[in-house]
Ligand binder design. Structure first.
Ligand SMILES: [Ca+2]
Ligand SMILES: [Ca+2]
Length: 538
């Protein structure tokens, strides 16, 4: 690991590392932790997902196939809701489920229906109804920056523009038409298309388009009980113009809340903190925190590997404080990776992956797991030296069982089947559920702890680093506090491979998430915490 000399100089540690058994090797440690007297993962059975804030992103096509055609479907999601509830998940984000010519669905051709591969509106209603019984909110992807070029409105808009149709039914201003080249050509005109010619950009200033969007919101929220939207590409609504994007988001926020005052949205603005902070000026609740995702300059993946951790956390404290100044109800949506990024499994051994899960699970706001992260599902765009130019391998079928292939989906993009050369993980969800120390059960433990403290969602995160008597980057302490009741927790992560002893930033350990058989303790003002482990302190 890193900075071994620093650790030794603090006499805070020790422990030889690099043992193949992650739970072995504690004999020679200088810091003695209390003997473990119970199983590593103890779950508080009284804590449910009901007031939790852990979310789970699903690519329906790759999740669970209920009818044996090889394609994941809505009934498959319904069948697996009990698994998601057991994991403590509160919100399920379904990647696009509308009819679309593409396998990923981000070019919608009908905003009022379900992709036939995935099922029917009745299946969706059944999913929402079953999810409600299990306290799970169904959030759907809403793609409003652009439609599919095969959406009937695109052709009609062209015709209305060419014929200068000003009638009540006119869609002439739904898209951006021009006689000069602003993207791609259709008929005699050019149209704007930031994401490629298949995806013409909507003109979100159009009054009649906004009326249509209002109607789409009513359809899904009021008529079909969807609880939230994940908004695709909000940064591109008005060509990266923050002020205009925020104004549109405010309009959309007031629109969705007409149909459900508790409706919530999380926006995808793939930008750094400095610009993203400006989006919190909107009335909308949340935006994805890309800086802290894999590939970002302050990634949680790097934190879990101990790189530059205090600086990364300092930037997060600053961001969290700034967004709450803009909008007291704003909260962040953290994630390790998503469907547009290489899966994180390549970065980690299992124990570091567990630490990453502990970090993700104990951040304020909402945290999103990407399906398969709990079993280290594999998939990156790049094969060896080559970039295949497709994200399909980042969205491969979830593995449910090593031996029972029931429900396992086939390669999601059949026409690129030649790319299906990924050696996938051996153990699936059901195998890992049965293993006490599996990554999956670690995730389950983390979410169980998170769900004990519902104020995490809206709490303010501030540094508690000064309460420790060390300036090591390898141990992180922060406070999450309810701004109304002032209830709080202090979270301490040991990012190193060594058991550590530091000044205790509180008097009582109320929760522990261990990756070693040794349990932590507070004694004589000192906190002893095992390697790659986490404690919650009051
Ligand atoms: Ca199917
Ligand atoms: Ca746009």
């Amino acid at each position: 690991m890193r900075h071994g000399h620093l650790l030794i100089s603090l006499l805070a540690i020790v422990l030889s590392s690099c043992k193949s058994d992650p739970y072995a090797g504690d004999e020679n440690q200088k810091v003695k932790l209390k003997k473990d007297t119970h199983s590593n993962y103890v779950f508080d059975e009284d804590v449910t997902n009901e007031n939790g804030s852990m979310s789970y992103e699903i690519f329906v096509r790759s999740f669970y196939d209920s009818d044996g055609d090889g394609i994941g479907d809505l009934n498959g999601v319904t069948l697996k809701l009990p698994y998601l509830q057991e994991m403590g998940i509160k919100t399920v984000w379904l990647m696009p489920i509308n009819p679309s010519p593409s396998y990923h669905g981000y070019d919608v051709k009908d905003y009022y229906d379900i992709h036939p591969d995935y099922g029917t509106i009745n299946d969706l209603d059944n999913l929402v109804s079953e999810a409600n019984k299990l306290n799970i909110d169904i959030m759907m992807d809403m793609v409003l920056n652009h439609s599919s070029r095969s959406h009937p409105a695109f052709r009609q808009s062209y015709n209305d523009y060419i014929n200068n149709n000003e009638g009540a039914d006119s869609k002439k201003d739904w898209y951006h038409w021009s006689t000069t080249n602003i993207g791609a050509k259709y008929g005699d005109l050019y149209y704007e298309c930031g994401f490629g010619s298949d995806m013409p950009d909507f003109n979100l200033d159009s009054t009649s388009l906004r009326a249509e969007i209002d109607n789409i919101c009513k359809f899904w929220i009021q008529d079909h009980g969807i609880k939230g939207f994940r908004l695709d590409a909000v940064y591109h609504y008005y060509n990266t113009n923050t002020a205009k994007n925020v104004a549109f988001l405010n309009w959309l926020d007031s629109t969705v809340k007409k149909y459900n005052p508790n409706f919530y949205m999380v926006g995808e603005a793939w930008i750094g903190d400095s610009v993203l902070t400006g989006y919190s000026a909107s009335t909308m609740e949340s935006f994805f925190k890309f800086d802290n995702a894999t590939g970002g300059d302050k990634s949680l993946v790097n934190v879990a590997k101990g790189f530059n951790a205090t600086n990364i956390f300092n930037s997060m404290y600053k961001y969290e404080s700034n967004i709450k100044k803009n909008n007291p109800k704003a909260y962040s949506s953290y994630f390790l990776s998503n469907h547009d990024q290489d899966r994180i499994s390549k970065n980690f051994n299992e124990i570091q992956n567990k630490l990453a899960a502990s970090i993700l699970g104990l951040l304020p706001g909402t945290s999103f797991m990407y399906y398969g992260e709990e079993i280290q599902l594999v998939g990156t765009r790049t094969t060896g030296m080559y970039d295949d130019g497709t994200d399909v391998k980042r969205r491969l079928p979830l593995i449910w069982s090593k031996n029972d292939k029931t429900g396992e989906c086939s390669f999601p993009q059949p026409e690129r089947k030649d790319l299906d050369n990924v050696q996938q993980v051996e153990l699936g969800i059901n195998d890992q559920l049965k293993r006490n120390y599996s990554l999956l059960n670690h995730y389950k433990k983390v979410v169980n702890v998170r769900n004990k403290y519902p104020f995490i969602k809206n709490g303010l995160m501030t540094s508690a680093q000064s309460l420790l008597d060390t300036d090591l980057q390898s141990i992180i302490a922060y406070k999450i506090e309810d701004q109304t009741t002032h209830e709080y927790i202090i979270v301490v992560h040991n990012l190193s491979e060594y058991n550590m002893e530091v000044a205790a930033p509180g008097t009582q350990i109320v929760d522990e998430i261990n990756t070693s058989r040794r349990v932590p303790e507070i004694k004589n003002g000192k906190l002893r915490i095992g390697r790659y482990s986490t404690v919650v302190i009051k």
